[in-house]
Design a binder for this molecule. Structure first.
Ligand code: PLP
Length: 438
């Protein structure tokens, strides 16, 4: 394949000059594999970008999108509707954690987060509790790249150019404690008490009656697979309940089978008031996200305004997009018909075994795993954070495997259709790559 002219594209979250010197171009995909521009198969160890949970080029999803494009290409979502939007919402709510009853559609994880934060702030206001204006996030949290998500997020590198995001935000500490929990299998034993920091430090500092919501990812994915310690999320839930604070779970990664259950909420047995999802909702095929809420939140908006008035002045041109709705319905059908979440649960144990075999590989400082996700944290090269991680990522690519890298942590999150042989192939390729780098 001739190389395209790459100058015009400013690539997102990419070292543009480095990439354009030695591009990694994907030209097609099927099942567990990409094909690159040289015609090489590349095992997808990252489900694209944590999203292609059903695997690539799945016929029922592809044909649903094709047929929908020919039937109804676009319909405005403001003061208008189309049947598929209602069907997609019903299907999503039917499989949502019990107790979440309405879905608001958006087009990405970032938009889901902005929407959730706005719902939380507006909810308190429509109930006459307008003093609740503070939002609490967590260090090393990733909630997308828009201003709200950036403010509650805790990735220092993403925030450095934007010191003036949202005011009235504070952060909990993250629960990663390698000293105590290194090489934990599944949920780490130590650190559940870190949730008490919400009550002991944040609430005393700010006055609980000013806090609108706490937002956390049940598992912090993008900053290197940080799992909630035993009891941590339960404790957060209790403290939020005690002080009338909304708990938002950002399940953009943990939704749709990633942890070996349908939702992270169900994995940990904690129901949030508001849940953000995206990615796996359409298995990455068409951009789509959603915010799910408890009935009392939806009802507060309905009760708070006269019937002819728009209750929540928020939405996007492409909310409820017909192609996205068609893709979502076909994807949810496929998850159900092929039992893919159950499959993820049954593969979790061989996946864990294979991941932890990396303990003896060079540079490996920690392995963390749950369901079909693993983080492999490497020793940082002297004075050069991220360099060894990048070298390992590039070596994996060279050896026919695509993973994610964040700093010095490799993240593995394959499509849920992966076989046991492919799991072995995936981790032995990583072992080979680690042996080959400096
Ligand atoms: C937990 C979480 N929230 C939000 C986002 C942002 O999603 P998007 O890139 O679709 O805007 C991501 C993306 O990885 C995520 O992992």
């Amino acid at each position: 394949m001739t190389r395209p002219d790459m100058n015009a594209l400013w690539m997102p979250f990419t070292a543009n000059r480095h990439f354009k010197r030695a591009p990694r171009l994907l030209v097609s995909a099927d099942g567990m594999y990409y094909t690159d521009a040289e015609g090489r198969p590349v095992l997808d160890g990252a489900a694209g970008l944590w999203c292609v949970n059903a695997g690539h080029n799945r016929k029922p999803i592809v044909s649903a999108i094709q047929q929908q494009a020919a039937r109804l290409d676009y319909a405005p979502p403001f003061q208008m509707g189309h049947p598929l939007a209602f069907e997609a919402a019903t299907r999503l709510i039917d499989m949502a954690p019990t107790g979440l009853t309405q879905a608001f559609f958006v087009n990405s994880g970032s938009e889901a987060v902005e929407t959730a934060l706005k719902i939380a702030l507006a909810y308190h206001r429509v109930r006459g509790d307008a003093g609740r204006v503070r939002l609490i996030g967590r260090e090393r949290g990733y909630h997308g790249v828009n201003f709200g998500g950036l403010a509650v997020g805790g990735m220092a590198g993403n925030r450095k150019y934007f010191p003036q995001t949202l005011p009235m935000v504070d952060h909990l500490r993250h629960p990663l404690d390698i000293e105590k929990n290194a090489f934990s299998r599944g949920i780490p034993a130590h650190g559940g008490e870190l949730a008490d920091e919400l009550e002991q430090r944040i609430l005393t500092l700010h006055d609980p009656s000013t806090i609108a919501a706490v937002i956390v990812e049940p598992m912090q994915g993008s900053t290197g697979v940080i799992l909630p310690p035993e009891g941590y999320l339960q404790r957060l839930r209790k403290i939020c309940d005690k002080y009338g604070i909304l708990l938002i779970f950002d399940e953009v990664i943990t939704g749709f089978g990633r942890l070996g259950t349908d939702w992270g909420s169900n994995k940990f047995g904690v129901l949030p008031d508001i849940l953000c999802c995206a990615k796996g909702l359409t298995s990455g095929t068409v951009p789509m996200g959603a915010v799910l809420v408890k009935p009392e939140i939806y009802q507060a908006f309905m009760d708070g305004t006269p019937e002819h008035v728009i209750e929540f002045p928020h939405g996007y041109t492409y909310s409820c997009h017909p192609l996205a709705c068609a893709a979502a319905i076909a994807t949810l059908d496929l998850y159900r018909d092929e039992g893919l979440f159950e499959r993820a649960a049954s593969l979790a144990s061989p996946f864990e075994e294979a991941a932890h075999r990396l303990r003896s590989a060079p540079w490996v400082k920690d392995v963390r795993n749950l369901g079909l996700v693993a983080g492999i944290e490497l020793e940082t090269r002297n004075g050069a954070p991220g360099q060894r991680g990048l070298a390992a990522f590039l070596k994996c690519w060279e050896m026919g495997l695509m993973v994610r890298v964040t700093g010095d942590t490799l993240a593995v999150s394959p499509p849920l259709i992966i076989s046991e042989d492919e799991i072995d192939q995936l981790f032995s390729t990583i072992a080979g790559a680690l042996a080959a780098i400096e």
